[in-house]
Design a protein around this ligand. Structure first.
Ligand SMILES: Cc1cc2nc3c(=O)[nH]c(=O)nc-3n(C[C@H](O)[C@H](O)[C@H](O)COP(=O)(O)OP(=O)(O)OC[C@H]3O[C@@H](n4cnc5c(N)ncnc54)[C@H](O)[C@@H]3O)c2cc1C
Ligand SMILES: *[C@@H]1O[C@H](CO)[C@@H](O)[C@H](O)[C@H]1NC(C)=O
Ligand SMILES: *[C@@H]1O[C@H](CO)[C@@H](O)[C@H](O)[C@H]1NC(C)=O
Ligand SMILES: *[C@@H]1O[C@H](CO)[C@@H](O)[C@H](O)[C@H]1NC(C)=O
Ligand SMILES: *[C@@H]1O[C@H](CO)[C@@H](O)[C@H](O)[C@H]1NC(C)=O
Ligand SMILES: *[C@@H]1O[C@H](CO)[C@@H](O)[C@H](O)[C@H]1NC(C)=O
Ligand SMILES: *[C@@H]1O[C@H](CO)[C@@H](O)[C@H](O)[C@H]1NC(C)=O
Length: 532
């Protein structure tokens, strides 16, 4: 811990020395005045501000502070702020515990620290802004980081003392192309949507719907569709039928680490096209635009089955086995979304899923084991259950349903330590495998300062790791995943990603924690506590 703190201070000092005022002046000119200092979101609530180099008095702004206090779980509000982090622990320097949190008692009397919030940002509007920052970083060694919405669960869009490329305002009008032809190709690929790096799913869904189309995306309105989501893979409730985000991408435009602006697709710049679709964000280039396939709207069946209690110990085992027993069939039936069994704070059983493959009657038949299970529990439960299976005219209607809207707000504005595993068909292949999975889930568990939480979190899935060799989803994986190369990408893919990384950015001008080719000693990781 002490070592980390010293390390951090050193890196901050280095940064302060590395950016003489005249350099900033010329950088600012080359990005047309779009360079700014980044203020922590809650700064208006404090009397004192330490920007990483100097502590000075700050004049609190009571009205602004009051407004911020009402918006702490509003992902749009946080994403609109260059210093805002939706997973709030990543705005704080977790090695020194210094930050600028909201809602702390006697807050006004304390000091707002820059923490893990980058010192400067460029409000990127065009590829030349990115090229100028990359050239500046090459010249000066100033650490840079790519930030879009700040949703990342692993903090990969924050870094102490850094200069951020803030992508959130790259939002040109979204374009629907009825039959898109990738550059350099003669074969059209069908209908697509083209959207900028800062675009969230809200605008994408809305535009698609206005054209009778549906896009494949996440539940949250603000997750960066053309940022971390797609570069990390991108799952959707519709993925069992239509594939992941990366499967639907037809073209991407990106600024490479050497400043070259390229159009990548299956016909040209194939390596970078491969790397940007799953190799992870903030590593291979700065994505400016994505073109993805969209599909004609169709009715969806929507199942919501919730028994919120957790007081039936017996019921937990039953709920887990229900889910394990039925997963293969539900997957074949096209169900996608959220499912939990025996989880604290969630309930005995929680299913909220949609499918485009079934009629309403087929959907009811498919979900019968779950509805029967929940209904049978009813007399034993102290609070009401929800059992509902209904048809939505289209994805837009589902997306606007109360349950989908409430799910999209989960975890926003709070500190999150997450871990996950991918469970593949082989885990369901035999009754013995299913029992093993059920036993592992029902004995899972255990969670207290920051490092302790990470410590518990990174170890909790070990029993599950032992039986799920396929790995984990990088965007929702453990911040301290052991052997991330193997886990997030697989050896063969990782080798290709690493070869591409070495070709385009051997010096790691772009990098992030547990990203392809990362160097653990890089000062940008000074706010990650040592856990493993
Ligand atoms: C409330 C919530 C709901 C979520 N729902 C889903 C879901 O349904 N499905 C799913 O798959 N994931 C989901 N996620 C996880 C999500 O995919 C990741 O958090 C993802 O990293 C967010 O990307 P971003 O661009 O919005 O965030 P940021 O934190 O801004 O960036 C994330 C990473 O991408 C890099 N990056 C951002 N923009 C660019 C760019 N233009 N070029 C290159 N690199 C870039 C950053 O450097 C960083 O490494 C959810 C997360 C939250 C907090
Ligand atoms: C960059 O220039 C703009 C416009 O002149 C100015 O508002 C801004 O404060 C400058 N940024 C820095 C860091 O000096
Ligand atoms: C911090 O504030 C001091 C005093 O205003 C200023 O000289 C310095 O450049 C600032 N540092 C950063 C990283 O903004
Ligand atoms: C959330 O923030 C956005 C962007 O600042 C704002 O337009 C919206 O009204 C806010 N929502 C609520 C419920 O306050
Ligand atoms: C529900 O209550 C009945 C009757 O008391 C009991 O037989 C049954 O085991 C209970 N179910 C669970 C899951 O606790
Ligand atoms: C799951 O399947 C096993 C093996 O067929 C069976 O014993 C168990 O009762 C099933 N559980 C549920 C909740 O249906
Ligand atoms: C930039 O990098 C790409 C990919 O490595 C390379 O093809 C291109 O020639 C480079 N451009 C310049 C100007 O160096």
């Amino acid at each position: 811990m002490l070592l980390n703190a010293i390390f951090l201070l050193t890196s901050l000092t280095a940064v302060a020395l590395a950016i003489p005022a005249f350099d900033l002046f010329s950088l600012n000119a080359s990005v047309k005045g779009r360079l700014h200092t980044t203020q922590p979101l809650a700064l208006p609530c404090y009397l004192s501000y330490s920007n990483g180099t100097t502590t000075q008095t700050n004049v609190p702004n009571i009205a602004a502070c009051a407004e911020i206090s009402t918006q702490t779980s509003n992902s749009s509000f946080i994403a609109d702020h260059p210093g805002g982090y939706i997973t709030s622990n990543f705005g704080i320097c977790q090695t020194t515990q210094q930050g600028c949190p909201l809602g702390v008692a006697d807050q006004v009397l304390q000091t707002c620290h820059q923490g893990n919030v980058p010192s400067y940002y460029v409000d990127v509007r065009e590829p030349s802004d990115v090229a100028a920052v990359l050239a500046f970083a090459h010249e000066t060694g100033v650490p840079i980081v790519v930030k879009n919405t700040g949703h990342d669960y692993k903090g990969r869009s924050a870094a102490p003392g850094a200069l951020a490329l803030w992508m959130h305002n790259v939002q040109p009008p979204i374009q629907l192309t009825p039959d898109f032809t990738p550059e350099g190709s003669s074969a059209p690929v069908g209908p697509t949507l083209t959207y900028g790096a800062g675009q969230g799913f809200q605008g994408i869904y809305e535009t698609a719907h206005a054209h009778g189309m549906m896009a494949i995306g996440g539940t949250s309105p603000t997750v960066g569709a053309s940022g971390g989501w797609v570069t990390g893979g991108g799952h959707s409730a519709l993925s069992p039928t239509y594939g992941l985000g990366v499967d639907n991408v037809m073209e991407m435009k990106a600024v490479l680490p050497n400043g070259t602006y390229v159009t990548a697709n299956r016909c040209q710049n194939q390596d970078i096209f491969f790397a940007l679709r799953g190799g992870g964000g903030g590593t291979f280039g700065v994505l400016m635009e994505t073109t993805s396939r969209v599909y004609p709207e169709l009715p969806l069946q929507h199942a919501t089955i919730i028994a919120p209690n957790l007081d039936l110990v017996d019921g937990i085992h039953q709920a887990v086995s229900l889910v394990v027993n039925n997963t293969e069939q539900w997957s074949a039936d096209g169900w996608g979304g959220y499912m939990a069994a025996g989880v604290k704070g969630v309930g005995l059983i929680f299913i909220d899923m949609i499918t485009p493959k079934l009629t309403l009657d087929e959907a009811k038949a498919s979900m019968k084991p779950a509805t029967d299970f929940a209904t049978a529990l009813l007399p034993n439960l102290s609070v009401p259950i929800t059992v509902e299976i209904k048809t939505h005219a289209n994805y837009w209607e589902y997306y606007n349903s109360a349950i989908a809207q409430s799910l999209s707000k989960q975890g926003v504005g709070t500190g999150v330590a997450m871990a996950s595993r991918l469970i593949s068909t082989q885990n369901f292949a035999t009754p013995a495998k299913k029992s093993q999975l059920i036993d592992t889930f029902t004995t899972y568990g255990g969670f207290g300062s920051v490092a302790n939480v990470y410590n518990a979190m990174t170890r909790a899935p070990d029993p599950l790791r032992a039986i799920t060799p396929e790995g984990a989803y990088q965007n929702e994986g453990d911040t301290y995943e052991p052997n991330p190369e193997e886990s997030f990408w697989g050896k063969k893919n990782y080798e290709r990603f690493l070869a591409i990384k070495r070709e385009v950015d051997a010096g790691n001008v772009l990098t992030c924690h547990q990203c392809v080719g990362w160097d653990e000693g890089d000062g940008r990781f000074g706010c990650y506590p040592q856990v493993r």
